[in-house]
Design a protein around this ligand. Sequence first.
Ligand code: SF4
Length: 125
Amino acid sequence: MPKRNEFEQKALQFIINNGCQGVLQSELWRKLGGSSREGSRIALKLEDKGLIRREKELCNGRWTYRLYPKRLPASIDSISDCPCLMCPESSRCGSASDISPQNCEKLTEWLLFLTENESSELGDS
Ligand code: SF4
């Protein structure tokens, strides 16, 4: 059986790989080959560290938890609609210029949209 830290890392990676659909706690321990007691301890630890959230779920007449990642890794898709990529002002845009990311409405709107979207996908309130 893997060491606890290694087990924790594998568990977190598995949860992240399942993305927004989450993974049942019972299913996770079966896949990783651990006991449900150890699994519960690690899920609580990951939750305490702010890396995952747990939601109670009834599955086949038994209560378990569905585990969701708090953060997902960035992908190239996540910036595909960034306004800077097609911006006609990009060559003049910079911190020493009148046109800059610090005062750009298009960039601010896009970032706010991303933040709102991420919060609703991860179930943050
Ligand atoms: S920050 Fe604004 S002005 Fe600058 S490149 Fe991005 S969209 Fe264009």
